[in-house]
Structure formats: C-alpha cells, structure tokens
Design a protein around this ligand. Structure first.
Ligand code: DAU
Length: 331
C-alpha cells in the first residue's frame, strides 16, 4: 500500500512508519520537522520525506500524489504548551486536519485521523466508549476534538472514507522530553528534581508506542468509514507510582521527587474501553508496562544520549522548561 504519513518523523508517527516499512508498505512522510519531528527518527528507512506543513495545501497536494491512504499523526500534542499558547494548536490540529481532509476528498482516498482519549475529558470511574460525547478540557484536547468533528462531518456530508483512532498515553523510544516519562527519566538519571504536578494522584493508562502504531494500522485496515475506535492501554497507573518506578529503575533517590504547582485545569483520570477495536480486528496491546515496557524505555534513554542531548540544549527547549518548571533543566 502507498501511504502518506503526516507527522511521520514524530514520536508515534515514526513508530508507525518503522512498522509499515518493515511490512513492505510504500511510505511517504510529510513532516514540518518542527521541534518534535526529526529526520533521525527515520534513520535507515527507505521513505520519501516531504518537508512541509499540513495546513499548507501546496505541500499537502505534492505529498499526496498517488497515495492510496492518508494517515495523520501531525499535531501539536503537549497540554502544557497549549496552556502557555494555543495558537499553533488551532493552526496545526484544526486547520491542518481540514486541509488534509480536503486533499483526501479530492483524491477519493481513505483518511485516518490519529486522535486522543483526551477528547472525551476526564472520567472518575469506568471507561469511555466511542459513544461518549466529546468534552475536552484543555486547549490541546479542544483542538483535537474540533479536528475529530471535522473528520466525522466529512463522512456525514460528503460520504468521505474516514476513520479515527483515539489513543491513550503513549510511552517508548523517541518521545520528546516534555512528556511525563522522558522528563522523569532524564531528571532521575542526572540527579535533578522530578516535578510531580499537584498531589500526583492523577491516573493515566499507558500504551507502548508500538502497540498504538499497530492499533492505528488495524483501524486503517479494518475500520468502518465514519467510525471512531478507541485504542487504549492496559495499564492504568497513578502518576506518583510511575515516578516511583522510574526512581527504582534508575537508582535515583526518592528525595528527588518534588511536588510542584498543579497544571491548570488538570484532568484527573483518562480511561478507554477498546472493545470495539478488539472485536473488529483482534487488536490487543502486546508490551506490558510493568514487564519490560517501562524498563526498556529507561534503557533506551540511557543509551541514546546522542538522540536527546541536542534537543534539550536548544534555546527554545530551555526557555520552555523555564516557563513550565521555573528552573533550568538539570540534564
Ligand atoms: O492521553 C493521551 C494524551 O497523553 C495525548 O493525547 C497527549 O498528546 C499526550 O501529551 C498525553 O497527555 P498528558 O497530559 O496526559 O501527558 P503528559 O505526559 O504531559 O502528562 C502525564 C501526566 O503526568 C499528567 O497527569 C500530568 C503529569 N505530569 C506531567 C509532566 C510533564 C507531571 O506530574 N509532571 C510533569 O512534569
């Protein structure tokens, strides 16, 4: 299959590209190579890379020539950044998705939107099914929910062949050091403070990036047009427990754990019911968070300083870190 993977040089997109190339698909990547998308993530892979933005119709048209499907990973994804400034989230996530949908319509090809559990909002008990209304709480999740609604409208209005994959919190190699796990791992290894927001009792369900990538492929292959599918992790964890486990795995000191000011509007808990996709395609996560998943991720960061060091030394990263944590990074 000839697939256009938008955002294919990012964390989740590149995991998907690695899998599809190994499976023999013909992959073209469209990526703006902003702070989180990197050519290095595609090292050793035989893919065409078109550098451009998804909200640029010219770049999209060029990248989409002759493809049979478009899968969209390209997004601004970090809640904390969206709280500081949501402009790029609206542009990339909402306008970018619309631009890709228009191209998919012109070409008559299948469109897969990579989305998030955060579009449903926070849930105290139980798990969200795809029937739950969208009740996003952050500027980030609102921009993703808006994109999901545009995708569903494209099916309803024009009969477009679209599907949505909504994932839970991902972890694994090549995640930009702004999300919980890479931030904690790098600080733990280098003796810095581990900044836990608020009481640290928030709950997230962890999904290895390779499992999310295989779930997205199941949605691409088997999803019914106009449908959304939850692609949830199997391990529900309290943030503080994840941080303690990282302390153990890195031989850091528990005294490095520091409670800091809570995130504004912090969602307490996310949880997805993924039975719709399991029944449709037999998809299930394979990597266990406790049995090797987190540990191998810690090893990956230890062994790949050449990968993360240049990222954390940029002026942009240091300025971001200072704004969120009120200090310079220690790694
Ligand atoms: O649930 C899926 C979503 O997961 C994705 O759609 C988002 O793109 C992705 O960023 C992630 O969102 P979260 O806000 O849940 O992920 P993050 O890694 O930023 O934070 C995870 C939890 O850890 C959250 O409760 C906030 C907390 N946290 C995070 C950071 C960065 C801390 O306590 N300290 C930190 O320094």
């Amino acid at each position: 299959m000839r697939i256009l993977v938008c955002g294919g040089a990012g964390f989740i997109g590149s995991a998907f590209v690695h899998q599809r190339v190994a499976a023999g698909d013909d992959v073209r990547v469209l990526d703006a190579l902003t702070y989180a998308g990197r050519e290095e993530n595609l090292d050793g892979l035989d893919v065409d890379l078109v550098i451009g933005r998804i909200e640029d119709p010219g770049a999209v048209e060029q990248a989409a020539a002759d493809v049979e499907a478009i899968v969209n990973f390209a997004a601004e994804t970090h809640v904390d950044r969206s709280i500081l400034d949501a402009q790029a989230f609206v542009t990339t996530n909402a306008v970018g998705t619309f631009t890709l949908l228009e191209e998919a319509r012109r070409r008559g090809v299948r469109y897969v939107q990579v989305s998030t559990d955060e579009v449903y909002g926070s849930i105290d008990d139980g798990a969200f099914t795809e029937q739950h209304p969208l009740e996003p709480s952050s500027p980030y999740s609102a921009s993703k929910a808006g994109a999901d609604l545009m995708v569903l409208a494209a099916h309803h209005t024009y009969g477009q062949d679209v599907v949505i994959a909504r994932g839970s919190n991902c972890y694994g190699p090549r995640q930009f050091p702004e999300k919980l796990i890479p931030i904690m791992v790098l600080n733990a290894i280098h003796g810095g403070p581990l900044p836990v927001y608020g009481d640290g009792q928030q709950v997230r369900t962890w999904l290895h990036v390779d499992d999310f990538a295989s779930g997205i492929h199941a949605v691409l292959e088997h999803g019914a047009a106009g449908q959304a599918y939850n692609v949830g992790g199997a391990k529900e964890k309290v943030n503080l427990d994840v941080v303690s486990r990282i302390v153990d795995l890195t031989d850091a000191s528990p005294s490095q754990v520091k409670h800091v000011e809570d995130r504004l509007g912090h969602d307490r808990r996310y949880a997805l019911d993924s039975s719709k996709l399991r029944q449709l395609a037999g998809w299930a996560p394979r990597v266990d968070f406790d049995e090797g998943g987190l540990e191998s991720t810690v090893h990956w960061y230890r062994d790949h300083e050449w990968w993360w060091r240049p990222l954390v030394e940029t002026a942009e990263y240091r300025a971001y870190y200072r704004r969120v944590y009120d200090r310079d990074p220690d790694f």
